[in-house]
Ligand binder design. Structure first.
Ligand SMILES: *Cc1c(COP(=O)(O)O)cnc(C)c1O
Length: 360
């Protein structure tokens, strides 16, 4: 069977070129006599791979020397707890913006560690939107402000960066990191589970300003302590070596594509085309205000929800997978991460138009 177009929100599509490289090196990486999976994480081969991946990520994102990059485990969900454990620094309160499901999960976890002040709530209206920052109530004594730049489930995305003065800005970029250039210097901490736009599941990338490191609460488990992990170059214990290696191949692939400005142009075009097709139809609808529609995750509903199952079955037969919306919202969702080729989006749009002609 030919490779399908995979629109899953995560674990998600990887570049075919990367999978082919992985296949070629599966039994033996270069002349090492070993698969990367079988190598010691302390050996010189893996160290070189790990360092190269970090360097490439630093170059792609323009991560300044003021920030460390950590390669951890536990997913974004692990970071929901690690962030308050490391960043509260004896303060009692943190600010959170609630724009949807992932914000809510981050808030629920943080509530175990501190008083959470929800400074703004969005994503409940129709069309869904993000409250303007002029309406937020920021706490100048908050240890940090946390927000979710891209809500993967509802497809609500910030196309601007909040201004927080001296308060460290913390961002769950799980489903948007590497989709476009960002100014890392504006953030105290950025984190992302790899399985959306970076690589395979099992790896979590954390980019954190050096001065915030080393101040974890005393009871913080060592693997969650940014200071301990930073001193150990993310190898306090065995890291997810193979996922790290594949992420490194993805970083090289991104550089080959021309870097983040080039991929951002492609991503914007893919999203614009799909939203235009949805808006131009009588049959499909996207529930998000045009000012905050996600480039990465495009949810849409059919005018007739009883056709959902048929839509998914026909899509699958046409080689279009992973389109079922999140169980909490229903409908459809097309995730358009970096590795989704433009031809995949074009094929989806043509399929949707054809389906509407047959059933609309
Ligand atoms: C997928 C996702 C998560 C959860 O990631 P895990 O790695 O499964 O813990 C958290 N936040 C956002 C925005 C996500 O897209």
């Amino acid at each position: 069977m030919a490779r399908a177009y995979n629109f899953s929100a995560g674990p998600a599509v990887l570049p075919a070129a990367v999978l082919r490289q992985a296949q070629e090196s599966l039994l033996e990486w270069r002349d090492s006599g070993l698969s990367v999976m079988e190598m010691s994480h302390r050996g010189k081969e893996f160290s070189a791979l790990a360092n190269q991946a970090e360097e490439d990520l630093r170059e792609l994102l323009g991560v300044p020397q003021s920030h460390r990059i950590l390669f951890l485990q536990g997913g974004a969900t692990g970071q929901f707890a690690a962030i308050p454990m490391n960043l509260l620094r004896a303060r009692a309160r943190a600010d959170y913006v609630n724009t949807g499901n992932w914000s809510k999960k981050a808030i629920a976890e943080a509530t175990k560690y501190c008083t959470v002040s929800v400074v703004a709530t969005g994503g409940n209206d129709d069309p869904m939107s993000i409250p303007a920052q002029s309406d937020w109530r920021l706490d100048p004594d908050a240890a940090y402000l946390h927000y979710t730049p891209n809500e993967t489930i509802s497809g609500v995305e910030f196309h601007w960066v909040p201004r927080v003065g001296e308060v460290p800005l913390v961002a769950d970029m799980s489903s948007t990191l590497l989709s476009r250039p960002i100014d890392v210097a504006r953030f105290g901490l950025i984190y992302a589970g790899a399985q959306k736009n970076i690589g395979p599941a099992g790896l979590t990338v954390v980019i954190v300003r050096e001065e915030l490191i080393g101040k974890a609460a005393a009871a913080t488990p060592a693997v969650w302590d940014y200071g301990r992990q930073s001193e150990a170059d993310s190898m306090l214990n065995t890291p997810p070596t193979y996922a790290w290696y594949i992420a490194g191949l993805v970083f090289q692939w991104l550089k080959d594509q021309g870097g983040l400005e080039a991929i951002a142009r492609v991503n914007k075009r893919k999203a614009d085309n799909l939203y235009a097709a949805i808006d131009g139809s009588e049959f499909y609808r996207n529930p998000v205000h045009p000012t905050c529609r996600s480039w990465m995750n495009v949810p849409f509903v059919l005018a007739e929800p009883t056709l959902d199952e048929r839509f998914l079955a026909d899509a699958k037969a046409a080689g279009l997978l992973g389109l079922k919306g999140h169980r909490s919202v229903g409908g459809m969702r097309a995730s358009l991460y970096n590795a989704m080729p433009e031809a995949g989006v074009d094929t989806l749009i043509a399929f949707m138009s054809d389906f509407e002609k047959r059933w609309g």
